[in-house]
Design a protein around this ligand. Sequence first.
Ligand code: TCR
Length: 553
Amino acid sequence: GCVEVVEDRWLPWGLEVELYFLGLCMISLFFVQIVADSSCKLKAKFNLSGYKDVEKKKVVIGGMFPVHNRLASSDSNTSSVPVSSGCEGFNFRTFRWAQTMLFAIHEINGKEDLLPNTDLGYVIYDSCFTISKAVEGTLTYLTGQDEAVPNYRCGDGAPLAALVGAGGSDLSIATSRILGLYYFPQVSYESSCSVLESRFQYPTFLRTIPSDEHQSVAMAQLVLHFGWTWVGTIAADDDYGKYGIKRFREVVEEAGVCVSFSETLPKVSSPEDIQHIVQTVIESTAKIVVVFSSEVDLNPLVEELLRHNVTNRTWIASEAWVTSALISHHPGVLSLLGGTLGFGIHRAEIPGLQRYLLNIDPYEDPLTEEFWETAFNCTLDYGKAMQNARASAMGTGAVSRIMPEGLCTGQESLEQLNNTYSDVSQLRITYSVYKAVYAVAHALHNLEHCQPGNGPFEKGSCADITKFEPWQLMYYLKNLQFDVPHTGETIFFTDGEVVGLYEIINWQSNVDDQISYVHIGYYNSTAPPEERMIINNDSIIWNNNMLEVPRSV
Ligand code: TCR
């Protein structure tokens, strides 16, 4: 039997329900306020793909990415008009995802066999890793207004196709509640939580990443495969972490495995909570620790564990941190995380992507400007650079008028920077973004090439690409099948879902004492039960460079 005290600190999921009702209330409130203000504040961008003589039809795709890691703290002063908070903590990895969406759109606009008569435009929102920003962005998208007025958008604009996003599962759960009300399709590249499988609750949600139902079961099987009977679990304080671990526990406990501790990572920085988890890990006799969390939430714990020199554990990684540079690039991380086993989604090479990423124009939009300034630690703004230079040169009088220090030229070389942004060695979620954009494009293509009389709608009618309804596009997304360029993978949705295919990855040290992610097996949810998980035991190197399978106590 299991004797160690099991600590369970999950929050109930009431928050989500509250948010839902809050959303409904807001929408009914806003309905009353619809005004005929026709000034479109939000401008979609179109890339003109060289056919200037042919007037192409235009459709806008929305994208949402967690480009920043958190909201900037704002003062809770209620004596003035509240404004939407800014965001901070620029994330180079997610910025790569956003740029990949643009890359895919450019690629599609240049093709003659996919949407030849239609140009795709885009609007991209930063969800800042927070539900409120994701909801705000969704309302803005639907309305075309800076203020969120649903069910209203500028009449002469191009039709909106679908939202590619929103980021983590908790964000998509919130946004797809709103989009579902309008039967507006959302294609997610990253939200893997199993609750999003419910078409009753999320009728217009589709995704190019498999549901965590498969991953949780696969993790449990992994634990059983090695005969471990005693494990600890750590989950992020969001739907991804909580539901992922919940399902894992169900399966292992059913098989008689004991869970010695189960901890929750704080969402907002809390050194005490982190300290508490570190102590639990150190004191527990469980040597196998399963972690279901995104890299951003896990990172503070990893830093603290490194500070305490924790070794001799085997970590089981969920897909969200299994190839995370943020985690694996800490100096000395091998002693802690060497030997980690985890699940990764399909990795691909996307020819041309890296060149595209390296050739972006720093002045393209405010997000790209910020990227540039963060990457090169400088400012693109001449006035600001002058001011800074004057402030720091106070008294010495030595300020160059031509080129103040800290000013970027815009000609800096991204190639030499060697940043996560342009690292294309582990394109997993990135590839998932690419597939999501192609899915929308193929659905639009099928919609445009419908034969009147043979169409899927009433009396065999078709939709019109210049003014279709969201549910009409939804029909085409549901009934889609296409091959992804370059990789040839065939994509189709079964009730909005793709199949559960994972690579099993082992963290080993390479020659320069850095981590290499070694592919040691795979999991295929569609195979017969005995063949679902294939592991090459001999190619695994465990923590401390051991070759035999560690024991769980
Ligand atoms: N699904 C997670 C979030 C997430 C993620 C990632 C975040 C996934 N993979 C990679 C950063 C990097 C998988 C969710 O919340 O559904």
